[in-house]
Design a protein. Sequence first.
Lengths: 702, 52
Amino acid sequence: MLNKGAPIMLSVPDAHCAMCISVVENDLQKMPGVKSARLNLTLRRVSVDADAGVTAAQVSERLARLGYTAFELDPGTLSTTETDRQGRDLLMRLGVAGFSMMNIMLLSVAVWSGATDATRDLFHLISAAIAIPTVAFSGQPFFRKALAGVRARRLDMDFPISLAIILATGISLYETLNGGQDAYFDAAVMLTFFLLAGRYLDFRTRAVARSAAQELAALEVPRAIRFDDTGEETVSVSDLRPGDRVLVRPGGRIPVDGVILDGTSELDRSLLTGETLPLFAGPDMVVTAGAVNLTGPLTVRVTAAGKDSSLHRLADLVAVAENARNKYTTLAERAARLYSPSVHLLAFGAFVVWMWITGGDARLAVNIAAATLIITCPCALGLAVPAVVTAASGRLFRAGLLIKDGSALERLAEVDTVVFDKTGTLTMGSPAPISLETLGRRDLEIAAALGAASSHPLAQSLAQAARDQGVVPARLTDVTEVPGHGVQADWQGQPVRLGRAAWVGAAPLEETAAYLSIGSQTPRAIAFADQLRDGAPEAVSAFQAQGKTVILISGDVPGAVGAMAARLGIADWRAEALPQDKADAIEALHAQGHKVLMVGDGLNDTVALAAAHVSISPATALDAARVASDIVLLGTSLAPLPDAQRIATRAVRRIRENFAVSFGYNIIAVPIALVGLASPLIAALAMSASSITVALNALRLK
Amino acid sequence: MEILALLIPVSLALGLGGLLAFWWTLRRGQYDDPEGDSQRILRGDYDDHPKP
């Protein structure tokens, strides 16, 4: 993708310190064509302003040399401006509310200290002059939401909030104009301020999560190369029709279901099925969307595209599974459901009872009803959850996990069973040669030279491993790659081959292997094993130490899965599982009352990821898997997972504590308000004390 | 009590000044990268090579 004036944006999840800023910015600035580079440490994102010739891939490569993994982002789909505008808007309203709160408080303290008569009325009037525009401006987010809620015949938190703010302002204005003793302007504005603070925290968490979800979705653009008699053109996958012919280059992903017309190659289906062994592909073979073409170009006739393709059927399954999960109600929602009706009943009851006691003194009755609404108003409730969620997601972000969905934190805390996928999750998905030393120096030199000539992952990995051992590749002539089979060349007059068993003339092994033949000697096998992902053993043993059941479900062959399970100490494992099998296994666990955390990366995991109580996928996973999961792991190591689970559990405990605290305040304050003793001073004290307590409690999260 | 006529406008003006300052920092995007800014102040790049 060529850069057209817009800054290049890259996500750099590993940047975390002052040194990182210097290293990244200074290095990128030295890059030819780069005008300026700036690293945003909060969003872990670098934006590069560069000439048209510089591409994101080049910047990403340069960052990789510095030791930072970088993912390209599409600035067009990020729509940061919209989010920024909303955030600034909320912050401005918060600032205005804060300004008025301070000034009104200044005047109120004078009133509470004993200002009387004309002075008190003057102070009330000035307070009114500040409070009314403030409420009209800063309260808008609540009023709008309350109105939307009423229209949808739903009673949520915003309605009692709006009612309390408007009633308090109205009654205070009436009292002021009639020379009354009590005015609640300070309470109305303070309420607005604290609740806006909660709203802003909530917004920030969501904005970070949303932009992350968008930026991850922006990583892959579904395109295909279609060709007919007139030539070839790049089209969107959605424009393909059955019967079209598409070209799939080596390294490309097959975009449709179809039949191979021409060409031979090997297919990597690990993301589809979890199989690590590449599959031979030749004419007339049926292929499914999602497989990666490894060595030779393939021409595929489309049999199913769009809605009918196997990919789309998978997406349907995911949608069904997700539907079930969306029914989850968060702690805050449950609290609001309980809270809203009871507050209204309480205030209305106070009004009726006082009307009856005083024999129709509407002024006093409304005053008491307003005081009840103010005192019970969910300052703490509106701040309790956002403050904890913000603190927790900040901590998780620093640990390298990105929460896409607010309720994921609560769901993560309830987990008692962890299901891992194998290929690409517990392993890196990239095989490494084992026991190279049995090969002998000379053979290794030849193998390294042959491997370097191919883009096949096994060949590449072999060449890399040889390079790491300091092996100098042998000098070969006539190097040719035979797509789907291997590489052959001439070495000191002898033909040498590296490739599939049948082509080389060797007996195939059970495990993943490449075969090397030199002249007329017996071919040698070079076995490969998938590398464990960094932190995988630690994560598994930490989960087990926490008393959680760890299960391994993979689509790979039993031998490979069993070996991996034994290596990690996982007793319960299943192999050759189809996508639906994985989801069924999770459903079965749910039916037994378990809460399942699914960790997976492949297309074959998407249904299971969506079906699980909560799901995590690494950033290297396919976009479909990342979209289906709630949490994305930004680093390469799995080690932060148990820690994240622990943080989530603590966060939920803090939320419950905060609810208990604000409930406790209400138990003390509500009777005071009901008997008509809640002066503006007591209301202000109760409100600020409970808000500050819950905010401090949230910050205790370690 | 006449002093109130002076003190109240003064306190309001001070508050407004703070609000304006806040508005200015908001417009200048000073809340876009709080974590980065707190780290940036610690690095020595600028001291070694001050921008002209």
